[in-house]
Design a protein around this ligand. Structure first.
Ligand code: MCN
Length: 791
């Protein structure tokens, strides 16, 4: 008796991409060499705000091997400044020109003023140091709240530092607060972070015979192609952008960078391929940064813990310019500002501000970690105020499972959810009553142990054009994804996706999806991505969209092929197409497993035209998929910390996470994404901080000052999953790429506050550095000699 093979979807297959990555066989931009390549180096501003009085390039030009030195004044044939693609209807967004080489003024440290082109990688760096730039210093502003009050202005001609105002309101806020017995207000700081990918950015541009090829370490090759074509005045199909192996992006490579445009422009100008590889120092100073929000939050609740209203005012520090999506980022959080709770009135008011710092834009989570931090930390504050257990206040307010699909106050419809279930599962791993007993005992010994929860939901699968289009996501608003599946004569399959993975493992999970539909082994499915020249138009990778949108596009495409294959098999074996099933790696007739064809047999028939009359030969297809809705993953995380009350040092003892991303395609990939995501957020909360001094100088510009966590700092995470399928796509899947980052900063912050309550600490903002925590303890002692708990 034949055993039916298990589907590949749902299995923890090892990553197909890993052998080449861990044996040094992968090809990054810096591994690619073209004959005749010239190197680029940039002269960057040491000043945070200054007028460019003069630039003397003569000494640099005179150096051996230097071919050219370009400044902003040379960019006369560039089609315009760098793009900003969020144009929400009815909202005025101030968008001063942002040229890839500053023309008259520099606005932040690292703003490029000249580009040196030469034959040797190291020579150009030396030559860049010979470019003499005379600056006239201008006043600097780095504090976003002060910047809103008045000058100095980053862009003097605007007469303000305010970029825009944007609000999302649902429900009657006044009524909600009027109904509340208790109102909690806090100032929540979400400090600035770096993407800090392992591979810094890099570009290699080759313009020849009217065709341009750009290799770039980017998450978004199709966006880069579009804007490169526009700015260079080229027809888009003449531009090919290839993202070869990309060593991580974490949002920081969701951008159209000046260096990409300049390399292309200079290649056309000089007739040589142009290459530039970012240094780590440049990466820290000029690759876009993230977060940097100061928020004033207000939550109202009844005595029994029912939350009646939530109001958030966000001051978002955009740095010196708008980049591709800068003003959109805080808005992404607004859609889920009610979290997984049934809050009748939720309002988010956002104001964007220019300061003399590197611009901010999407960093993993992009607006949603900030929103979750606000809700989850404030909910704990409310619980403390009401003398309620943090678990109970959550249970009280969860949207119940029977409400799904659930229309929430912010206007979006959560696709599916069972928040109670993930929390219950979490509590199977973490015995709260036992923890409280242990905590009490330890306090007696002077050990301050705390536990923090974060029960979150997020919005991802960024796509639905019907929503993102009217929302103003610029020229590339169409939020669909494309897929192409080609079955070769041999029965091997090539699957192309318009998403552009850069560490997530698409080649493995997407192969599993296609394999199941076509009855082949995932090893025989090669997944191609990241090259605008090899497949249809695409929308790339960000916003945890690739699986739910790109994976579904591939599923649909493979299903079309399977349908055609069934028709061919039916014709060949004289059966009805509806009687053909994919089983045990073959297309067989139901009830007669011996009457079967392999995919290779079917492809052979398709290419030899041994197919029904009127059917097109060949076995390949293309699909564009635009979902009806976003998807809303969720989960319950708990963090346990010990805080050294003498030094403020925090040790994470345990981190337990139960997540639900709908149907799991590959649990191993999901765990990997969660590991990275949780580390990202714990890193921000505990160690990482981009800090500028009052003069706009970057203080944390190296990995010595910008402390990325390592395995030594953190415990092994304990992960579990529930599966609540999404009704939005046939896979039932939601995204997971950002979930850990979205959940974790609140869990650790709540844990630290929980640990320090006996010392009188009731609230503390990130970064939870030893100094900050020690100060919070000292302040609490000073404010309350008895060490009581403050409201
Ligand atoms: N997956 C799965 N089953 C699901 C959901 C996802 O097996 N139900 C798998 C997917 O097949 C994919 C991975 O998990 O291999 C993540 O899928 P998805 O949630 O769709 O997210 P994206 O692939 O769109 O990745 C984007 C997301 C973002 S926005 C950032 S930022 C980020 C991240 O993923 N940057 C990363 N993860 C990263 N991981 C690495 N290694 N490097 C980065 O730069």
């Amino acid at each position: 008796m034949s055993t039916v093979a298990e589907p590949h979807v749902g299995r923890a297959l090892r990553r197909k991409e890993d052998p080449r990555l861990i044996t040094g066989r992968a090809r990054y931009v810096d591994d690619i060499s073209l004959p005749g390549t010239l190197w680029a180096a940039f002269v960057r501003s040491p000043e945070a705000h200054a007028r460019i009085v003069s630039i003397d390039t003569s000494a640099a030009n005179a150096r051996p091997g230097v071919h050219a030195v370009f400044t902003g004044k040379d960019l006369t044939d560039l089609g315009g400044p760098l793009p900003m693609a969020w144009v929400p209807p009815g909202v005025e967004v101030k968008n001063p020109e942002h040229w890839p080489l500053a023309k008259d003024e520099v606005k932040h440290v690292g703003d490029p003023v000249a580009m040196v082109i030469g034959a040797d990688r190291y020579e150009v760096v030396d030559a860049a140091e010979c470019v003499a730039v005379e600056y006239e210093s201008l006043p600097v502003i780095t504090d976003p709240e002060a910047a809103l009050e008045g000058g100095p202005f980053v862009h003097e001609e605007l007469g303000t530092n305010k970029v825009h105002e944007w609000s999302l309101a649902g429900g009657d806020l006044d009524a909600g607060f009027a109904e509340a017995d208790v109102v909690v207000e806090r100032r929540v700081v979400n400090h600035r972070t770096a993407g800090a990918a392992i591979e810094p950015r890099g570009v290699l541009a080759d313009y020849r015979a009217g065709q341009l090829t750009l290799w770039s370490s980017t998450q978004v090759p199709h966006f880069v192609r579009l804007f490169t074509a526009i700015l260079l005045g080229m027809s888009e199909e003449r531009v090919r952008v290839i993202a070869p192996e990309v060593g991580g992006g974490f949002g920081s490579k969701l951008q159209v960078y000046g260096e990409e445009i300049l390399a292309c422009w200079a290649s056309r100008k000089t007739g040589h391929p142009i290459k530039w590889i970012e240094t780590r120092s440049e990466n820290m100073a000029v690759t876009h940064q993230g977060r940097d929000q100061i928020s004033y939050v207000r939550m109202g609740a009844k005595r029994d813990g029912t939350v009646t209203a939530f109001h958030v005012k966000i001051i978002a520090d955009f740095g010196a310019y708008n980049m591709l999506l800068t003003p959109l980022i805080p808005s992404l959080g607004a859609f889920v500002m009610g979290g997984c709770y049934k809050i009748p009135a939720v309002t988010t008011d956002i104001v964007g501000v220019f300061t003399n710092k590197c611009p901010t834009d999407a960093i993993r989570g992009a607006g949603r970690p900030e929103a979750t931090h606000m809700i989850e930390v404030t909910l704990d504050q409310m619980a403390a105020e009401l003398g309620m257990d943090p678990i109970e206040i959550r249970r009280k307010n969860f949207i119940p499972p029977e409400d799904f699909p659930a229309a929430v106050a912010t206007g979006v419809v959560y696709d599916s959810g069972d928040y109670q279930k993930t929390l219950d599962r979490l509590l199977e791993h973490v015995d709260f009553p036992a923890f409280r007993r242990e905590q009490e005992e330890l306090r007696g010994k002077g050990v301050y142990r705390g536990i923090g929860l974060s029960t979150y939901t997020e919005i991802c699968g960024l796509a639905p054009s019907r929503i993102t289009g009217p929302g103003g996501v610029g020229v590339q608003a169409g939020g669909w994804e494309s897929a192409m599946v080609r079955v070769h004569n041999t029965g091997a399959v090539t699957a192309y996706t318009g998403s552009s993975g850069h560490g997530q493992g698409h080649e493995t999970a997407f192969a599993q999806i296609v394999a199941d539909r076509l009855g082949v082994d995932p090893a025989n499915v090669e997944v191609l991505h990241g090259d605008t020249g090899t497949g249809p138009e695409g929308r790339n990778t960000y916003g945890s969209r690739s699986l739910a949108v790109g994976g579904e596009a591939l599923a649909k495409c493979a299903t079309k092929i399977a349908e055609k294959a069934k028709a061919i098999v039916a014709y060949q074996l004289e059966a009805a197409p509806e009687d053909i099933e994919v089983r045990d790696g073959q297309f067989s007739v139901k009830g007669s497993p011996d009457k079967a064809m392999t995919l290779a047999d079917i492809a052979g028939a398709a290419y030899l035209n041994l197919i029904p009359d009127g059917m097109e030969p060949g076995l390949e297809d293309t699909t564009f998929y635009d979902p009806e809705n976003f998807v809303f993953p969720f989960g319950a995380h708990a963090c346990i910390v010990d805080v050294d009350a003498d030094t403020g040092k925090i040790k994470v003892e345990r981190y337990v996470a139960v997540d639900d991303c709908g149907k799991a395609i590959n649990p191993l990939l999901i765990d990997g994404q969660l590991h990275g995501g949780i580390v990202h957020a714990l890193g921000q909360a505990l160690y990482e901080r981009i800090h500028y001094d009052e003069d706009g100088q970057l203080v944390t510009g190296t990995f010595v000052d910008y402390a990325l966590p390592t395995a030594a700092e953190l415990p092994s995470f304990e992960l579990d999953r529930t599966e609540t399928p999404s009704p939005v796509n046939s896979l039932g899947a939601k995204g997971i790429g950002e979930a850990g980052t979205i959940a974790a900063s609140a869990a650790v912050t709540n844990a630290v506050i929980d640990a320090l309550r006996p010392l009188g600490v009731t609230y503390v903002n990130m970064p939870l550095s030893p100094m900050r925590v020690w100060e919070a303890i000292a302040e609490a002692k000073g404010a309350s000699p008895e060490g009581g708990v403050h409201a």
